[in-house]
Write a protein that binds this ligand. Structure first.
Ligand code: COA
Length: 264
């Protein structure tokens, strides 16, 4: 598939989706939103892709959010379409049954912060900044920010960030539990590669169950979440990979102790 505003690269079972409008700090126009969704679909349907990484081109931004140049011309109907597209980002990233890593290489603002929050794990460079500055341009977050940020950092901090539009540093985001890890910019790729290595040593089939189970924890009452977990736990026992994991652990021969997972 040819893309105009992103690049899509598949390398060693990893799909790299790079937002590619660096001169506009990777701001998200409708083409970019649609292309990210299409790329995620491509990665989801490709059995050779185990892991997806989303990042931004250039060294300044992951994404500075929705492309504000669209706003002056938008009617409420356009806004609903645009916001639904942005929220769809969130849904699609969460529903892709593969781990999605946000490699945040700079500013993650507005829709950029929302896109990063949709990812399963966020690794950020020290120069990254996070924020929901929509209020500054006269709107509120429309890509899930008002719903997801409070779930991650708590109501009070989310309100402070959304009401003031202030940016926070990567370190502060780490402290708040918004990101998983912060590393110097020149170690960002290496850190993500290390994480990819760890995830690749696990079964893609079982990672899928783990992702679904954890996602459900945010959407259901505890008793239902527990029931879902039991079902998914039981389903693990229907896979070849579960047998392989147990076999490898119980193996006495050191040469055969590393599990060889097949994703089924
Ligand atoms: N939408 C459209 N264009 C954007 C953009 C956005 N969200 N964010 C940055 N850009 C563009 C700028 O207009 C500029 O384009 P130009 O060179 O054609 O003038 C280019 O990207 C570089 O941005 P600039 O503002 O010059 O960089 P800076 O380092 O001075 O400031 C920011 C960086 C992030 C503080 C500033 O760009 C900003 O506030 N962006 C908007 C963030 C935002 O409110 N996002 C939520 C949108 S609802």
């Amino acid at each position: 598939m040819e893309f105009e505003t992103i690049t899509y690269e598949k390398k060693e079972n990893v799909a790299w989706i790079t937002l590619n409008r660096p001169d506009k700090l990777n701001a998200q126009n409708q083409t970019l939103t649609a292309e990210v969704i299409a790329a995620l679909g491509q990665a989801r349907d490709d059995d050779e892709v185990y892991i997806i990484v989303i990042t931004g081109a250039g060294d300044k931004a992951f994404s500075a959010g929705a492309d504000i140049s669209m706003f002056p011309h938008w009617s409420p109907i356009d806004v609903i379409k645009g916001a639904k597209g942005a929220q769809r980002h969130y849904v699609v990233v969460r529903e892709v049954p593969k781990p999605v890593i946000a490699m945040v290489n700079g500013l993650a603002l507005g829709g950029g912060c929302e896109l990063a929050m949709a990812c399963d794990i966020i690794i950020a460079s020290e120069n990254a900044m996070f924020g929901q500055p929509e209020i500054t341009v006269g709107v509120i977050p429309g890509g899930g920010g008002t719903q997801i940020l409070p779930r991650l950092v708590g109501e009070k901090k989310a309100k402070e960030l959304i009401f003031t539009g202030d940016f926070i540093s990567a370190e502060e985001a780490l402290r708040l539990g918004l990101v998983n890890k912060v590393v110097p910019a020149d170690k960002l790729r290496e850190t993500v590669d290390k994480l990819i290595g760890k995830l690749k040593s696990k079964s893609p089939a079982i990672l899928k169950f783990a992702k679904i189970a954890v996602n459900k924890s945010l959407e259901t009452p505890l008793s239902i979440g527990m029931a879902i977990e039991t079902e998914l736990f039981a389903m693990c026992f229907g896979t070849e990979d579960q047998k392989e994991g147990a076999r490898a652990f119980l193996e006495k021969d050191p040469a055969k102790k590393t599990p060889k997972y097949k994703g089924r």
